[in-house]
Design a protein around this ligand. Structure first.
Ligand code: FAD
Ligand code: NAP
Length: 339
């Protein structure tokens, strides 16, 4: 019996918004056995089990009448190393960015564009994390999850995960799959993605003509540090809304009205609009009411100045959604997982 279950625990240190709600029960899983013990604990007491990682994609709007299980399993290993392709597996509780740095220190390329994303390895497939033109689906080699309906372990291939823009099977079937470990196909030779946003420009400014994967990681860390609030200083959950996909016709109409509209063509003919541009254009950037606000430098990020409740943040988000819908006829979808 290694699982330590505590009662009435504040989740403030365990969500990056820093929202202060109580969990009825709280425990950390350091092994698969802890995970199974926690699920049995929940079943026995008829208490739901909510699995979390780093809490960097959560909006907690009320006390959680559940056993909150924080994944704290650690470790990673090389599973195969052939022809320049290296498959690395990591436990769900591994913190994401240190894991990325670990793979870079092994001379492996693939995760550099995903540097400095908060959270854990196990949560990364949930919304197919992405940044600077790379998503984990691009380097995904499989994962092992526990089916909470049957108690059985299942290995998933890329195709079985239904990965899409900030979406996956695991997000579509909430609460069913508990991800235990994830595998990544990385490269000894660097295949770098530099054409997205200001990445190449930052490397050029640094005088780097022929970057390594580590150079790209460092450039992305410096860009992110300039633009994004550090949750340890100012509570936030990163981008609060997904970038909306709209028809080419609507994008063209908006472009006629707003020539500086930021829009990117998608392979399926739709257009992806920068939600941050819409919110900024509507005048919300830097807005603050009580302790809930819109970040001064990045309008896509809602922030907690200290004492905001989840409901205050939700209310602000809903006001922004309504305003954007009325002004631009575009529906914004929230990205964080709401409980
Ligand atoms: P949590 O917030 O703890 O959980 C998220 C969801 O996953 C919850 O529904 C939870 O129940 C579920 N979950 C967690 N672990 C497991 C598991 N092992 N098995 C099953 N379900 C699980 N995201 C991006 O995609 N790209 C970015 O560039 C990016 N930048 C960010 C920057 C900042 C400053 C912040 C605060 C967030 C950013 N995010 C970004 C969002 C967030 O970091 C990612 O979504 C991250 O993967 C969440 O990991 P987590 O461990 O914190 O998950
Ligand atoms: P940015 O560089 O200011 O760009 C604004 C938006 O335009 C981004 O959201 C991005 O969409 C899109 N974009 C930029 N260049 C593009 C290109 N060449 N092709 C297609 N789309 C392009 O964005 P940012 O806010 O500073 O974020 C930089 C990256 O980190 C983005 O990929 C963003 O998604 C990611 N990020 C995510 C979160 C989160 O919580 N989800 C938080 C911070 C940063 P995409 O978002 O679709 O890439």
């Amino acid at each position: 019996m290694s699982l330590q279950v505590q009662s009435q625990v504040s989740l403030k240190p365990f969500n990056s918004f820093g929202v202060d709600v109580q969990a009825r029960f709280f425990a950390e899983a350091h092994s698969d056995a802890d995970v199974r013990e926690a699920l049995a604990y929940g079943l026995e007491r008829k208490v739901p089990v909510l699995v979390i990682g780093g809490g960097s994609n959560l909006l907690l709007t009320a006390d959680i009448d559940s056993l909150v299980l924080r994944m704290a399993t650690r470790g990673s290993r090389v599973l195969s190393d052939e022809g320049g392709k290296v498959v690395v597996e990591a436990e769900a509780g591994e913190p994401w960015h240190p894991f990325v740095q670990h793979t870079l220190s092994m001379g492996l390329s693939g995760l550099e564009n995903l540097s400095l994303i908060p959270g854990t390895v196990g949560a990364a497939p949930m919304q197919n994390i992405g940044a600077y033109g790379v998503e984990i689906k691009d380097v995904f080699a499989g994962l092992t999850a526990l089916d909470r309906q049957t108690g059985e372990l299942r290995d998933f291939t890329l195709q079985e995960c239904n990965f899409a823009y900030r979406d996956s099977l695991f997000k579509q079937e909430p609460g069913r799959w508990l991800i235990l470990r994830v595998r990544f196909a990385l490269d000894r030779a660097a295949h770098l993605h530099l054409e997205y946003g200001p990445v190449r420009q930052r490397l050029t400014e640094q005088g780097i003509e022929h970057p390594t994967a580590s150079d790209v990681s460092q450039a992305i860390c410096s860009i992110r540090n300039e633009k994004l609030p550090d949750p340890a200083v100012l509570g936030n959950a990163g981008s609060f809304f997904k970038n909306p996909l709209v028809s080419a016709a609507l994008a063209a109409r908006l472009k006629g009205e707003y020539p500086d509209l930021v829009a990117y063509a998608q392979p399926d003919g739709q257009m992806k609009l920068a939600a941050g541009w819409l919110i900024e254009r509507a005048g919300w950037k830097g807005f603050r009411e009580a302790d809930a606000g819109v970040h001064k430098l990045q309008a896509l990020v809602l922030v907690n100045y200290g004492g905001a409740t989840g409901l205050q943040l939700l209310n602000l988000a809903q006001r922004i959604q309504k305003d954007i819908s009325e002004r631009f006829h575009v529906d914004l979808e929230m990205e964080p997982n709401r409980y």
